[in-house]
Design a protein. Sequence first.
Length: 146
Amino acid sequence: MKQISAPEIIQEMRRRVRLYMISVALIIIVGFGGTVAGLGLLKKTMGDSFTAGPGAILFIGGILLTVGCAWIAVYKLLRCPKCDRWVVWQMSTNYSLFAGMSSRTCPGCGSELFEEKSRRRFVRILIIIMLLGFAAGFIFQWLARR
């Protein structure tokens, strides 16, 4: 176990959650956007000979790659900074509308991972992610119409 003070644990967990939220949002945007762009490019290059087979393989591969990358981000980032235990469920409940009812401590070492203001911070992060998603959708629509 690492020797880290309580404020440093909370700060490090906040950094990890922020990095997790941003990386998963970007993985989803790039993964699905790349899949759709790849399907369009495949259809354009194949022309009239385009069949569902290569498109289905590209689509399924793109979705699997996106989900795999998001899972790796979850596995690597959502761990207790002190004991390296997986704290996905604590993060999930503390960064939700039910944050007042959940435990803010690590089940492994008992360190406090989240502060009281985590719910408010979650709502702010969620709004930023939604705005990024709308912006990405707008950009993809604009590129599709060019």
